[in-house]
Structure formats: C-alpha cells, structure tokens
Design a protein around this ligand. Structure first.
Ligand SMILES: *Cc1c(COP(=O)(O)O)cnc(C)c1O
Length: 425
C-alpha cells in the first residue's frame, strides 16, 4: 500500500485523515507518511521506507522508539490488569519521583493529556487565587481547552477573539494575551485587570523553539508576587527534555505550579500538574476545585512513566550528549543554508532544537511569523524524500533521542546540503 492510498482511506472515516491536525501536513502542502513501525531513532512508513525521526511522537520518546526498559515495564504491568479506577502503588511511586525532583512541587495529580493538565492547573490556580483573570502569551500552546484558544484582535485593540470556531466568545473573556519576552505587555494587563493566574511555556516550543529570556521570567515572577497571581510553567514539552529539571537550570525561576506531559509518560497517555501544598490542597476531594478522570493514573501509563523518569535519574549525563547532537544538527543546517543564501536562526535547549528561515532573531510570535514558510515547505519535502522526518511546520520543535548517533546527525546535515542545493536552484 502507498502512503497516499492509506491516507485517502483514513480520510474517509477520520476528519482530515488524522486524530491531531498537524499530522495532516497541511502547512507543508504534502501527503503525510503513514507509519508502519518505529525502531530506535527511525520510523518506517507503509511503503517500507526508512526515516530518521526528529519528531519522536512530538517529544515523549527521549529514549527513542521501542525502548526495552519502558516496554518491559509496560508488559509487566499489563499482566496485573489494564485499569483499576482505584488507588495503586505505581501512582505514588511516580508522584514521589517527581515531587522529590522539584522543590517547588509538594503534590502532583496525574491526568491523561497535556490539555487536561493545563486546563486543570488553571482551574486550581483560579480557585486558589479567587480571581478569574488569566494571562497567556501569544504563540504559546497549552492544549485545546476553550479558554486558551484565543488570538489578538486586529490593530491596537486589546480585545481577544476565540481562535477556533465553536469556542463561545464568553469563555475567553477572562483570558488576556501578552507578548512573549515583553514584560511591559504583562505589566499593562496586571495594571488594569484582576489576574489570578499566568501560564507560560518557559521554553516556548509551539511557535518554533523560542526560549524565554531569564530576566523576563524573573520579572514575571515579581509581577505575580506583587499582584498575587499564580505563576504556572507549562513544561509539558520542556519537562525532562530541556534538562532533567526541565527549563529550571536555564533561568532559576521557581513557578507556583508546573504542568508535565510527553516525556513523563514515556509515550503513554500521562500528563500531570503539581504545585505547593496550599495550592494543590484546593483540589477535590480536599478542596472546592473539581477535577477528575476515569483513566487518570492508569497503571500501564504509570509503569511507563516510572521507567522513563527512573532511567533519566540514573543517566542524567544524557542531556549533554543530546544537546551536542542538537547543536551539530542545527549548526549543520545553518551552514548548509548559508552556502545557498538561506538565512537561518537556530535555537537549542537540551534535546530540543528549532530553526527559522528568518534573517532576524526570533523573540516572540510576531517575529516567528515573519519566517519564510514557503522555503520551509520545500525544505521539508526535500528532506522527507531523503529519509529525514522533520516536523511538518516551521512553528514546531524538533527532538533528539538517545539512540541517535553522530552518523544520524551527519546524514541529516548532508541531506540538508543536498536539499538546499535543489530547492534554491
Ligand atoms: C503538547 C503540549 C500541550 C498539550 O498536550 P496534549 O497531550 O497534546 O494535550 C500543552 N502544552 C504544551 C507546552 C505542549 O507542548
């Protein structure tokens, strides 16, 4: 079967042929590959073609596909049943592992997706602060719950609109949009609104990779203290990816709450939100903030999470090697582009990498949008043809996994050289 046939069949029964829109390759105007299997650093499509996988399921697979330790943990758990809907020991084990690691996290609750984690974190934060106002940043993604799907109005207006059909304007009326890396834009909102929570990706990975400046996060911390708002770091992507402590070593700023996802489940459906006791104890059944989940803390998912985070704790040196490979990759892309007159901005944080076809440094969403998306589409297709699987949009982050080798990176850089040669001629 060809990818095209398989995808056409999917489109008959699944909207757009996908269960999450980015997978449809719309922004690069192409037919997605349909996956047969993964193996370490590689993916194979239904045509049997092999690719180096720089998406790694959008982040979770820091140890690559089919990691034996994670697979074994899941198989052992499987023999004890798939789900209980009742307390089990693995939940406490994983909770303790995470709480021990982050000194600003006393308690944590597990959910099944990043969307749930951020949505629930915001609810607790608002319940604790007893104020409805929420600040989020343009270009940051925190999942698809109603209150977070907002976009700026045109011109200088401060009014927001829902960025998705089906989201009532009423549900976004307490959401305020600030500009990433721009403290003044945050202060302006604090001055005029009653804000209970601020949510931010301390390393933005959903407008391409755009790290927050340290001084900016320090300033944000100060404003939240001054105005008594709960600061939430959404580390669904950067947690256990940027470093074993997520973004923290890059800025040293302690948030009031952290959300986790992706790596914390090692490829299974796990996400979580945690914070200080006084905040987390507002949650039902202790407090008045309701939140629940039939499959939350699922035993198979917990087993996968424990295996992943334990492996990280036992091998903290992996991040240095992952970062070196990430740097070699994007520096290679940058040099290849330079040979053919293509300007590229690069960023790396641990095992996360990003590159923009842009002449100028990218500090926020507006900057990111000035990147050359047509060039990206051509580059993406050329790389795919050469067996390199990159995110099908410039506004995503790429991921290195531990099974990757220097040869894999070299292969991808060589492919980039050939790709630029073809697409700039
Ligand atoms: C992926 C992601 C989410 C959403 O997680 P899902 O599991 O896809 O719902 C939220 N926040 C950030 C920062 C993410 O990268």
């Amino acid at each position: 079967m060809t990818n095209k046939d398989a995808f056409n069949e999917a489109k008959k029964f699944i909207p757009g042929g996908v269960n999450s829109p980015v997978r449809a390759f719309k922004s690069v105007n192409a037919v997605p590959i349909v996956i047969q299997k993964g193996d370490g650093s590689y993916l194979y499509d239904v045509e049997g073609k092999k690719y180096i996988d720089f998406i790694q399921s959008w982040g979770p697979l820091i140890f690559g596909h089919c990691d034996k330790d994670i697979q074994n943990a899941i198989s052992s758990a499987l023999s004890y049943g798939i789900s209980y809907g009742a307390p089990s020991l693995n939940e406490t084990t994983l909770a303790k592992i995470v709480c021990d690691k982050f000194k600003n996290i006393d308690k944590i609750r597990f959910v099944s997706s990043g969307t749930e984690a951020t949505m629930s974190a915001i609810r607790v934060a608002r319940g604790y602060a007893k104020k409805d106002g929420l600040i989020k940043f343009e270009g940051c993604y925190h999942g698809h719950s109603d209150a977070l799907l907002v976009k700026a109005g045109s011109g200088a207006t401060t009014y927001l609109h829902a960025s998705s059909a089906g989201v009532p304007e009423n549900t976004v009326k307490d959401t305020h949009l600030a500009i990433y890396n721009d403290l003044q834009s945050v202060e302006n909102i604090f001055k005029t609104q009653s804000i209970g929570a601020v949510i931010i990706e301390p390393i933005a990975g959903n407008m391409g990779l755009v790290p927050a400046k340290k001084e900016f996060l320090q300033g944000l911390r100060k404003l939240c203290d001054e105005y008594k708002a709960v600061l939430i770091f959404d580390e669904v992507m950067s947690g256990f990816r940027a470093s074993e402590f997520g973004s923290l070593p890059y800025h040293g700023v302690l948030a009031d709450m952290i959300t986790f996802g992706k790596v914390i489940g090692g490829g299974m459906n796990v996400a979580a939100f945690g914070g200080k006791n006084e905040i987390m104890d507002c949650l039902s059944p202790n407090g008045a903030v309701y939140q629940a989940g039939t499959l939350s803390g699922n035993p198979l998912a917990m087993a996968a999470g424990i295996a992943s985070i334990k492996k990280i704790n036992e091998n903290p040196e992996i991040y240095k090697r992952l970062e070196t490979m990430a740097n070699n990759l994007v520096n290679g892309f940058k040099q290849a582009g330079a040979k053919y007159g293509v300007d590229i901005q690069i960023n790396v944080r641990g095992s996360m990498f990003g590159f923009f076809f842009n002449k100028n440094e990218v500090l926020n969403y507006d900057d990111a949008l000035k990147s050359d998306t047509k060039m990206y589409a051509l580059f993406h297709q050329a790389m795919l043809n050469k067996g390199v699987y990159l995110a099908p949009s410039q506004f995503e982050t790429g991921f290195i996994c531990t099974t990757m080798t220097d040869e894999d990176i070299e292969f991808a850089v060589n492919a980039a050289n050939e790709a630029f040669k073809e697409i700039t001629k």
